[in-house]
Design a protein around this ligand. Sequence first.
Ligand code: MRU
Length: 348
Amino acid sequence: MEDLYTIKWHNGKVRILDQRQLPNDLVLLEISDHRGIVNAINNMSIRGAPAIGIAAAFGVVLSVWSAGDTDRPTFLEKANTAIKELKETRPTAKNLFWALEKMRLVLTRNLNRPLGEIKKALLFEAQRILDDDIKRCENIGKYGATLLPDRAFVLTHCNAGALATGGYGTALGVIRAAVAAGKKIKVYANETRPLWQGARLTSFELLEDDIDVTLIVDSAAGAVMREGKINIVLVGADRIASNGDTANKIGTYSLAVLAKKHQIPFYVAAPLSTCDFDLPNGSSIPIEERDADEIRRIDSMLIAPEDVKVYNPAFDVTPNEFIDAIITERGIARPPFKTTLSELKNKT
Ligand code: MRU
Protein backbone atom coordinates (compact mmCIF):
# COMPACT_ATOMS: atom_id res chain seq x y z
CA MET A 1 0.00 0.00 0.00
CA GLU A 2 3.00 2.30 0.10
CA ASP A 3 2.50 3.91 -3.30
CA LEU A 4 -1.28 3.89 -3.03
CA TYR A 5 -3.26 6.33 -0.98
CA THR A 6 -6.86 6.48 0.15
CA ILE A 7 -7.41 10.22 -0.14
CA LYS A 8 -5.30 13.26 -0.91
CA TRP A 9 -5.72 17.01 -1.53
CA HIS A 10 -4.22 17.83 -4.91
CA ASN A 11 -4.26 21.28 -6.58
CA GLY A 12 -7.63 22.42 -5.28
CA LYS A 13 -9.26 19.01 -5.79
CA VAL A 14 -9.65 15.85 -3.75
CA ARG A 15 -8.27 12.61 -5.12
CA ILE A 16 -9.84 9.40 -3.90
CA LEU A 17 -8.91 5.84 -4.78
CA ASP A 18 -12.23 4.40 -5.96
CA GLN A 19 -12.72 1.42 -3.66
CA ARG A 20 -15.66 0.12 -5.68
CA GLN A 21 -13.23 -0.85 -8.43
CA LEU A 22 -10.78 -2.74 -6.22
CA PRO A 23 -9.09 -5.16 -6.53
CA ASN A 24 -9.44 -5.17 -10.32
CA ASP A 25 -8.73 -1.57 -11.24
CA LEU A 26 -6.82 1.22 -9.58
CA VAL A 27 -8.93 4.25 -10.45
CA LEU A 28 -8.39 7.69 -8.95
CA LEU A 29 -11.45 9.91 -8.73
CA GLU A 30 -10.79 13.64 -8.89
CA ILE A 31 -13.51 15.51 -7.05
CA SER A 32 -13.96 19.26 -7.21
CA ASP A 33 -17.13 19.99 -5.23
CA HIS A 34 -18.67 18.88 -1.96
CA ARG A 35 -21.55 17.07 -3.72
CA GLY A 36 -18.94 14.83 -5.34
CA ILE A 37 -17.72 13.92 -1.85
CA VAL A 38 -21.31 13.32 -0.67
CA ASN A 39 -21.74 10.89 -3.59
CA ALA A 40 -18.38 9.21 -3.04
CA ILE A 41 -19.29 8.52 0.60
CA ASN A 42 -22.83 7.37 -0.22
CA ASN A 43 -21.76 5.06 -3.03
CA MET A 44 -18.80 3.70 -1.00
CA SER A 45 -16.04 4.89 -3.32
CA ILE A 46 -14.57 5.84 0.03
CA ARG A 47 -15.64 4.01 3.18
CA GLY A 48 -14.44 3.06 6.63
CA ALA A 49 -15.19 5.33 9.58
CA PRO A 50 -11.96 7.41 9.76
CA ALA A 51 -11.73 7.75 5.95
CA ILE A 52 -15.34 8.96 5.79
CA GLY A 53 -14.51 11.67 8.35
CA ILE A 54 -11.44 12.77 6.40
CA ALA A 55 -13.36 12.88 3.12
CA ALA A 56 -16.11 14.95 4.73
CA ALA A 57 -13.57 17.45 6.09
CA PHE A 58 -12.15 17.95 2.59
CA GLY A 59 -15.72 18.20 1.30
CA VAL A 60 -16.23 21.29 3.47
CA VAL A 61 -13.04 22.80 2.01
CA LEU A 62 -14.26 22.12 -1.55
CA SER A 63 -17.59 23.83 -0.85
CA VAL A 64 -15.84 27.19 -0.55
CA TRP A 65 -12.54 26.65 -2.35
CA SER A 66 -13.69 28.03 -5.69
CA ALA A 67 -16.01 30.66 -4.23
CA GLY A 68 -14.58 33.71 -6.04
CA ASP A 69 -15.77 37.16 -5.07
CA THR A 70 -18.75 35.98 -3.04
CA ASP A 71 -19.99 38.01 -0.12
CA ARG A 72 -19.47 36.67 3.40
CA PRO A 73 -23.07 35.43 4.03
CA THR A 74 -23.05 33.44 0.75
CA PHE A 75 -19.62 32.02 1.57
CA LEU A 76 -20.75 30.91 5.02
CA GLU A 77 -23.98 29.50 3.67
CA LYS A 78 -22.01 27.34 1.21
CA ALA A 79 -19.89 25.90 3.99
CA ASN A 80 -22.83 25.32 6.33
CA THR A 81 -24.89 23.66 3.59
CA ALA A 82 -21.97 21.35 2.85
CA ILE A 83 -21.64 20.43 6.53
CA LYS A 84 -25.37 19.68 6.67
CA GLU A 85 -25.37 17.56 3.49
CA LEU A 86 -22.22 15.68 4.47
CA LYS A 87 -23.75 14.86 7.88
CA GLU A 88 -26.63 13.17 6.09
CA THR A 89 -24.46 10.61 4.29
CA ARG A 90 -23.73 7.71 6.62
CA PRO A 91 -25.21 7.77 10.13
CA THR A 92 -23.18 5.17 12.04
CA ALA A 93 -19.54 6.30 11.76
CA LYS A 94 -18.84 8.66 14.65
CA ASN A 95 -15.72 9.97 12.89
CA LEU A 96 -17.92 11.68 10.28
CA PHE A 97 -19.63 13.86 12.88
CA TRP A 98 -16.38 14.32 14.83
CA ALA A 99 -14.56 15.65 11.74
CA LEU A 100 -17.46 17.89 10.66
CA GLU A 101 -17.63 19.38 14.15
CA LYS A 102 -13.93 20.21 13.92
CA MET A 103 -14.54 21.95 10.58
CA ARG A 104 -17.54 23.83 11.98
CA LEU A 105 -15.42 25.11 14.88
CA VAL A 106 -12.72 26.37 12.50
CA LEU A 107 -15.40 28.19 10.55
CA THR A 108 -16.84 29.82 13.68
CA ARG A 109 -13.45 30.78 15.09
CA ASN A 110 -12.40 32.46 11.85
CA LEU A 111 -15.77 34.04 11.05
CA ASN A 112 -14.55 37.61 10.73
CA ARG A 113 -11.28 37.01 8.92
CA PRO A 114 -10.81 37.64 5.17
CA LEU A 115 -12.49 34.85 3.15
CA GLY A 116 -9.16 33.71 1.67
CA GLU A 117 -7.84 33.12 5.17
CA ILE A 118 -10.92 31.18 6.20
CA LYS A 119 -10.37 28.91 3.19
CA LYS A 120 -6.75 28.35 4.20
CA ALA A 121 -7.75 27.64 7.82
CA LEU A 122 -10.31 25.05 6.64
CA LEU A 123 -7.77 23.37 4.37
CA PHE A 124 -5.20 23.35 7.17
CA GLU A 125 -7.69 21.63 9.48
CA ALA A 126 -8.76 19.00 6.93
CA GLN A 127 -5.13 18.19 6.15
CA ARG A 128 -4.40 17.96 9.88
CA ILE A 129 -7.31 15.51 10.36
CA LEU A 130 -5.77 13.35 7.61
CA ASP A 131 -2.17 13.56 8.88
CA ASP A 132 -3.17 12.97 12.50
CA ASP A 133 -5.25 9.98 11.51
CA ILE A 134 -2.19 8.27 10.07
CA LYS A 135 -0.21 8.98 13.26
CA ARG A 136 -3.10 7.70 15.39
CA CYS A 137 -3.21 4.48 13.39
CA GLU A 138 0.54 4.01 13.84
CA ASN A 139 0.12 4.41 17.60
CA ILE A 140 -2.81 1.99 17.63
CA GLY A 141 -0.48 -0.40 15.81
CA LYS A 142 2.28 0.10 18.36
CA TYR A 143 0.00 -0.63 21.34
CA GLY A 144 -1.99 -3.35 19.63
CA ALA A 145 1.06 -5.30 18.47
CA THR A 146 1.85 -6.06 22.13
CA LEU A 147 -1.38 -8.08 22.29
CA LEU A 148 -0.50 -10.35 19.38
CA PRO A 149 1.65 -13.35 20.25
CA ASP A 150 4.36 -14.54 17.91
CA ARG A 151 2.52 -17.01 15.69
CA ALA A 152 -0.82 -15.21 15.91
CA PHE A 153 -3.71 -16.49 13.83
CA VAL A 154 -5.93 -13.47 13.47
CA LEU A 155 -9.48 -13.40 12.16
CA THR A 156 -10.65 -10.01 10.91
CA HIS A 157 -13.90 -8.76 9.40
CA CYS A 158 -14.63 -6.09 6.80
CA ASN A 159 -11.73 -3.73 6.08
CA ALA A 160 -10.18 -1.71 8.89
CA GLY A 161 -7.00 -1.04 6.97
CA ALA A 162 -5.16 1.74 5.18
CA LEU A 163 -8.11 1.98 2.81
CA ALA A 164 -10.51 2.69 5.67
CA THR A 165 -8.33 5.39 7.23
CA GLY A 166 -5.86 8.09 6.22
CA GLY A 167 -3.36 5.24 5.87
CA TYR A 168 -1.88 2.27 7.82
CA GLY A 169 -5.21 1.18 9.31
CA THR A 170 -6.59 0.35 12.74
CA ALA A 171 -7.06 -3.44 12.99
CA LEU A 172 -4.76 -3.97 10.00
CA GLY A 173 -2.39 -1.37 11.49
CA VAL A 174 -2.02 -3.66 14.52
CA ILE A 175 -1.22 -6.53 12.18
CA ARG A 176 1.26 -4.40 10.19
CA ALA A 177 3.02 -3.32 13.40
CA ALA A 178 3.22 -6.90 14.70
CA VAL A 179 4.67 -8.09 11.39
CA ALA A 180 7.15 -5.18 11.41
CA ALA A 181 8.19 -6.26 14.93
CA GLY A 182 9.16 -9.63 13.48
CA LYS A 183 6.13 -11.64 14.65
CA LYS A 184 4.79 -14.39 12.48
CA ILE A 185 1.17 -13.48 11.77
CA LYS A 186 -1.36 -15.35 9.69
CA VAL A 187 -4.60 -13.53 8.90
CA TYR A 188 -7.99 -15.00 8.06
CA ALA A 189 -10.20 -12.42 6.32
CA ASN A 190 -13.96 -12.82 6.29
CA GLU A 191 -15.21 -11.96 2.82
CA THR A 192 -17.86 -9.64 4.41
CA ARG A 193 -21.17 -9.84 2.63
CA PRO A 194 -22.84 -7.98 1.04
CA LEU A 195 -20.20 -5.56 -0.26
CA TRP A 196 -17.15 -7.84 0.08
CA GLN A 197 -14.84 -5.44 1.88
CA GLY A 198 -12.88 -8.43 3.23
CA ALA A 199 -12.55 -10.13 -0.14
CA ARG A 200 -11.98 -7.04 -2.25
CA LEU A 201 -10.09 -4.75 0.11
CA THR A 202 -8.55 -6.55 3.11
CA SER A 203 -7.09 -9.39 1.08
CA PHE A 204 -5.87 -6.88 -1.56
CA GLU A 205 -4.22 -4.66 1.06
CA LEU A 206 -2.52 -7.47 2.93
CA LEU A 207 -1.26 -9.15 -0.24
CA GLU A 208 0.19 -5.80 -1.37
CA ASP A 209 2.20 -5.79 1.87
CA ASP A 210 3.17 -9.48 1.64
CA ILE A 211 1.21 -10.36 4.76
CA ASP A 212 -0.06 -13.93 4.93
CA VAL A 213 -3.84 -13.79 4.35
CA THR A 214 -6.45 -16.48 3.73
CA LEU A 215 -9.95 -15.56 2.62
CA ILE A 216 -12.96 -17.40 4.08
CA VAL A 217 -16.71 -17.02 3.66
CA ASP A 218 -18.36 -15.28 6.60
CA SER A 219 -20.25 -18.40 7.60
CA ALA A 220 -17.00 -20.40 7.94
CA ALA A 221 -15.79 -18.38 10.94
CA GLY A 222 -17.25 -20.71 13.59
CA ALA A 223 -15.87 -23.85 11.99
CA VAL A 224 -12.43 -22.29 11.51
CA MET A 225 -12.36 -21.29 15.19
CA ARG A 226 -13.42 -24.79 16.21
CA GLU A 227 -10.62 -26.27 14.10
CA GLY A 228 -8.22 -24.27 16.32
CA LYS A 229 -7.02 -22.10 13.46
CA ILE A 230 -7.73 -18.73 15.14
CA ASN A 231 -6.23 -17.40 18.37
CA ILE A 232 -7.22 -13.69 18.08
CA VAL A 233 -10.25 -11.91 16.61
CA LEU A 234 -9.42 -8.30 15.72
CA VAL A 235 -11.82 -5.79 14.17
CA GLY A 236 -12.26 -2.05 13.68
CA ALA A 237 -15.21 0.07 14.82
CA ASP A 238 -17.63 2.65 13.49
CA ARG A 239 -18.86 3.93 16.84
CA ILE A 240 -18.03 2.96 20.40
CA ALA A 241 -20.39 4.00 23.21
CA SER A 242 -18.90 5.17 26.51
CA ASN A 243 -19.41 1.70 28.08
CA GLY A 244 -17.48 0.03 25.22
CA ASP A 245 -20.47 -1.34 23.27
CA THR A 246 -19.17 -1.28 19.70
CA ALA A 247 -20.87 -0.82 16.33
CA ASN A 248 -18.97 -2.35 13.45
CA LYS A 249 -19.74 -4.07 10.14
CA ILE A 250 -22.70 -6.44 10.23
CA GLY A 251 -21.46 -9.86 11.31
CA THR A 252 -19.07 -8.56 13.97
CA TYR A 253 -21.45 -9.42 16.82
CA SER A 254 -21.71 -13.04 15.64
CA LEU A 255 -17.90 -13.26 15.59
CA ALA A 256 -17.72 -11.91 19.15
CA VAL A 257 -20.20 -14.53 20.39
CA LEU A 258 -18.29 -17.26 18.58
CA ALA A 259 -14.99 -16.00 20.00
CA LYS A 260 -16.38 -16.14 23.55
CA LYS A 261 -17.64 -19.69 22.98
CA HIS A 262 -14.16 -20.73 21.80
CA GLN A 263 -12.31 -18.70 24.46
CA ILE A 264 -10.54 -16.60 21.84
CA PRO A 265 -9.68 -12.97 22.77
CA PHE A 266 -11.81 -10.44 20.90
CA TYR A 267 -10.14 -7.06 20.32
CA VAL A 268 -11.42 -3.82 18.80
CA ALA A 269 -8.93 -1.30 17.35
CA ALA A 270 -10.10 2.29 16.85
CA PRO A 271 -9.02 5.89 17.40
CA LEU A 272 -10.72 7.84 20.20
CA SER A 273 -12.49 9.87 17.48
CA THR A 274 -14.66 6.75 17.01
CA CYS A 275 -15.79 6.90 20.64
CA ASP A 276 -19.10 8.58 21.37
CA PHE A 277 -18.85 9.63 24.99
CA ASP A 278 -22.36 11.11 24.82
CA LEU A 279 -23.89 7.65 24.46
CA PRO A 280 -24.12 5.62 27.67
CA ASN A 281 -24.40 2.35 25.75
CA GLY A 282 -24.79 0.92 22.27
CA SER A 283 -28.58 0.82 22.19
CA SER A 284 -28.84 4.32 20.76
CA ILE A 285 -26.12 3.98 18.12
CA PRO A 286 -27.85 4.75 14.79
CA ILE A 287 -27.54 1.75 12.49
CA GLU A 288 -27.48 2.49 8.76
CA GLU A 289 -29.79 0.42 6.58
CA ARG A 290 -28.67 0.14 2.99
CA ASP A 291 -30.35 -0.63 -0.31
CA ALA A 292 -32.04 -4.02 -0.74
CA ASP A 293 -30.28 -4.56 -4.05
CA GLU A 294 -26.92 -4.84 -2.28
CA ILE A 295 -28.21 -8.24 -1.13
CA ARG A 296 -30.49 -9.18 -4.03
CA ARG A 297 -27.84 -8.53 -6.66
CA ILE A 298 -24.15 -8.91 -7.28
CA ASP A 299 -23.34 -5.94 -9.47
CA SER A 300 -26.35 -5.93 -11.80
CA MET A 301 -26.98 -9.71 -11.69
CA LEU A 302 -30.00 -10.79 -9.67
CA ILE A 303 -29.17 -13.59 -7.20
CA ALA A 304 -32.59 -13.61 -5.50
CA PRO A 305 -36.16 -13.06 -6.65
CA GLU A 306 -36.46 -9.40 -7.55
CA ASP A 307 -39.38 -8.85 -5.18
CA VAL A 308 -38.09 -10.76 -2.15
CA LYS A 309 -38.16 -8.69 1.04
CA VAL A 310 -34.71 -7.75 2.30
CA TYR A 311 -33.38 -6.44 5.61
CA ASN A 312 -29.92 -4.91 5.14
CA PRO A 313 -28.45 -3.30 8.27
CA ALA A 314 -24.86 -2.32 7.48
CA PHE A 315 -23.66 -2.58 11.10
CA ASP A 316 -24.38 -4.38 14.34
CA VAL A 317 -23.53 -3.64 17.96
CA THR A 318 -21.30 -5.94 19.99
CA PRO A 319 -22.06 -5.60 23.71
CA ASN A 320 -19.02 -4.76 25.86
CA GLU A 321 -19.12 -8.10 27.71
CA PHE A 322 -17.80 -9.79 24.55
CA ILE A 323 -14.86 -7.40 24.14
CA ASP A 324 -11.54 -8.14 25.86
CA ALA A 325 -9.76 -4.92 24.90
CA ILE A 326 -10.19 -1.73 22.91
CA ILE A 327 -6.91 -0.59 21.37
CA THR A 328 -6.66 3.18 20.94
CA GLU A 329 -3.89 5.61 19.98
CA ARG A 330 -3.42 6.44 23.66
CA GLY A 331 -3.23 2.91 24.98
CA ILE A 332 -5.28 -0.21 25.57
CA ALA A 333 -8.60 -0.04 27.40
CA ARG A 334 -9.73 -3.12 29.33
CA PRO A 335 -13.10 -3.63 31.05
CA PRO A 336 -14.73 -1.76 32.70
CA PHE A 337 -14.56 0.40 29.57
CA LYS A 338 -16.63 3.21 31.06
CA THR A 339 -13.70 4.00 33.31
CA THR A 340 -10.78 2.99 31.11
CA LEU A 341 -11.99 4.69 27.92
CA SER A 342 -12.66 7.95 29.73
CA GLU A 343 -9.19 7.75 31.35
CA LEU A 344 -7.65 7.41 27.89
CA LYS A 345 -9.76 10.31 26.63
CA ASN A 346 -8.44 12.54 29.43
CA LYS A 347 -4.85 11.31 29.15
CA THR A 348 -2.49 13.99 27.85
O1 MRU B 1 -19.54 0.06 5.42
P1 MRU B 1 -18.09 0.32 5.61
O2 MRU B 1 -17.22 -0.39 4.62
O3 MRU B 1 -17.78 1.79 5.72
O4 MRU B 1 -17.78 -0.32 7.03
C1 MRU B 1 -16.49 -0.24 7.54
C2 MRU B 1 -16.31 -0.94 8.83
O5 MRU B 1 -17.22 -1.51 9.39
C3 MRU B 1 -14.94 -0.84 9.46
O6 MRU B 1 -14.66 -1.97 10.22
C4 MRU B 1 -14.91 0.39 10.38
O7 MRU B 1 -15.36 1.53 9.73
C5 MRU B 1 -13.55 0.63 10.90
S1 MRU B 1 -12.46 1.25 9.69
C6 MRU B 1 -10.97 1.59 10.40
